[in-house]
Design a protein around this ligand. Structure first.
Ligand SMILES: [Zn+2]
Length: 90
């Protein structure tokens, strides 16, 4: 599947590629983090790898660890009363 086709069929890849709108809060070369459109808690964030993956098993260990590390950083960057729910998008 081409990168363009993946971006059209996967909403997470579309957001990461900039083809779909999202309230981005953090980006680096490996992951992107944005506000969930249907939050289950105040400050609910989605952490997605830049490379398309269906499940964690599709990611290499370094990328998987980075996704979790960024999610942890996002969760601990907020005051305790506003600690967010973090979801990984894989
Ligand atoms: Zn994707």
């Amino acid at each position: 599947m081409t990168e363009e086709l993946v971006a059209k069929e996967c909403v997470f890849c579309a957001i990461v590629a900039g083809h779909a709108e999202a309230s981005m809060v953090f980006e680096d070369e490996t992951v992107a983090v944005w506000m969930d459109l249907n939050p289950v808690t105040h400050g609910h964030l989605l952490v997605a790898p830049r490379r398309h993956a269906v499940g964690l098993e599709d990611l290499d260990g370094v990328t998987s660890a980075h996704v979790w590390s960024v999610g942890h950083d996002m969760a601990t960057a907020k005051p305790p009363s506003r600690r967010s729910s973090i979801s990984t998008c894989t």
